[in-house]
Design a protein around this ligand. Structure first.
Ligand code: FDA
Length: 442
């Protein structure tokens, strides 16, 4: 059944698709400028999120994992340090300001930052509809111009019912989706790290004995998964399989970290393609396939202690690749090749975890027809303006903004939290300017 709202009630100035931190930051910026959810609001904004409630990478909310970004890069501070949506205001409201200070850290626990996000999301909750997965977007033409988009959503819990809302502008922030090795099939025994915590909890609850778990990958999620499984499955051997010789430490040194400054977005945006590529190559070690040094040292210490004690549960199968995976109802047999010699080892395992990262969801994944109206350059990448607005074909006056998926135009921070607050401010200002509303503060 499709519910088609066709009256003015359903026309939004902007509809956000996805409600992770990126669109949450935009919702806050718009809210602070007086945007509302109802038709009477001077600027009407709404956000659609497929999850039943706010959730930020819930499957990786490992109890002691910390943020990899300073709390000052929260949803608002870099845009407006006086906003009461800051992490510091959250701490004050929860009576933990002094206690947090005494931790002497810039990097809160991931679970704590998740709680902060939830607190902020609840405060702008009237702008969001949860359980609303966008499944199609259709152009709406008037006098030969595409002036609106009809956004079709369904509730994953009741997929037969569809709702359509009309919007003058979209802000697509659908985030990342798990990347798997070619041919990999997920099952009760084969997981992606994005489902690690609930899967481990289920396994522990089931009481099923686990002799061995294999983790494929050498990035932060892989190292976290190895460490987590090692702690949670005290009788199991944990095998970390990767092609490198060893984990590579993340470069979070002060000068390299400047690549995540708002000013770096201007530099990157204005640079020729070859300079963009070299900046990306020089600094990919700030984010991709790298691990926090503290975690590397802790895993190395654990391995050595186990050697001394004569019971080695943590194994690194480096310079290796998984060549074959055979699954049955009760086990998963993983064949690993040591690349220098070609020697193969069969690991009879109870669990295989793919820590093989994520990829941004393409615009076509949720926008379908609209993707055809968006202009692409010679490299077939989307043309995106500095204000994060996608360049569209002639005759399209409705706007599409992108958060994430813009590494090729806006640089390495596009999929991260570093510039979330500032970017939200830029999009908010652009949206309001294009609708003739006074620009926001900050
Ligand atoms: P995000 O993926 O968070 O949100 C997208 C939302 O869109 C999701 O809620 C999804 O359900 C929804 N959605 C998707 N398709 C939809 C559709 N068709 N209809 C409706 N809703 C839809 N970065 C950093 O800077 N510091 C850090 O410490 C970390 N830590 C970290 C830990 C882990 C485990 C991961 C996997 C990633 C990080 N990151 C990170 C990077 C991460 O990309 C970043 O923290 C944010 O999640 C980016 O926010 P977004 O809102 O862009 O995407």
């Amino acid at each position: 059944m499709t519910t088609l709202h066709s009256g003015p009630d359903s026309v939004y100035d902007v509809l956000g698709i996805g409600f992770g931190p990126a669109n949450l930051a935009l919702a806050i910026a718009l809210h602070e400028h007086g945007a509302g959810a109802g038709p009477e609001a001077p600027f009407r904004a709404g956000f659609l999120e497929r999850q039943p409630r706010f959730g930020w990478h819930r499957g990786m909310l490992i109890d002691d994992a910390t943020m990899q970004v300073s709390f000052l890069k929260d949803l608002v501070t870099m845009r407006d340090p006086t906003s009461d949506f800051s992490f510091l205001c959250y701490l004050r409201e929860h009576g933990r300001l002094a206690d947090f200070l005494n931790q002497k850290t810039l990097f809160p626990l991931r679970v704590e930052f998740h709680d902060y996000f939830e607190w902020a999301a609840a405060r702008v909750g009237r702008l969001v509809e949860y359980g609303a997965e966008v499944v199609a977007v259709r152009p709406v033409t008037e006098d030969g111009e595409v002036r609106w988009f009809d956004v079709v959503s369904r509730d994953p819990a009741a997929p037969d019912r569809r709702t359509v809302r009309r919007a003058r502008a979209l802000c697509v922030a659908t985030g990342l989706e798990p990347r798997l090795p070619p041919g990999a099939v997920l099952s009760d025994l084969v997981w992606h790290t994005s489902e690690l915590v609930p899967r481990v909890a289920e396994l522990v609850r089931s009481g099923r004995p686990v002799r061995r778990a294999v983790v494929l990958g050498a990035g932060q999620s892989a190292a976290e998964a190895v460490d987590y499984l090692h702690r949670k499955l005290p009788d199991a051997e944990i095998c970390s399989v990767f092609a490198k010789y060893g984990y590579t430490p993340a470069d979070d040194s002060p000068f390299a970290n400047r690549i995540f400054d708002p000013a770096a977005v201007d530099v990157f945006y204005g640079a020729p393609a070859e300079v963009k590529q070299s900046l990306f190559d020089y600094h990919r070690g700030t984010n991709y396939s790298v691990v926090d040094m503290e975690l590397i040292e802790s895993l190395s210490r654990t391995m050595y202690q186990e050697r001394v004690q004569g019971r080695q549960r943590l194994r690194m199968l480096n310079v290796s690749r998984i060549r074959e995976v055979e699954t049955s109802d009760h086990d998963v047999r993983v064949t690993v090749e040591f690349l220098p010699t070609g020697e193969r080892e069969l690991l009879a395992s109870d669990v295989l975890v793919h820590a093989t990262g994520y990829r941004p969801q393409g615009i076509g994944d949720s926008l379908g027809e609209i993707a055809k109206l968006c202009l692409r350059d010679d490299e077939d990448t989307l043309r995106v303006g500095r204000d994060h607005r996608v360049q569209t074909a002639p005759g399209v006056t409705a706007d599409v903004y992108l958060q994430g998926g813009t590494e090729h135009t806006h640089g390495l921070s596009s999929t991260l939290l570093s510039t979330t607050a500032v970017r939200a401010g830029e999009i908010c200002a652009s949206l309001l300017a294009r609708h003739g509303v006074r620009a926001p503060r900050g």
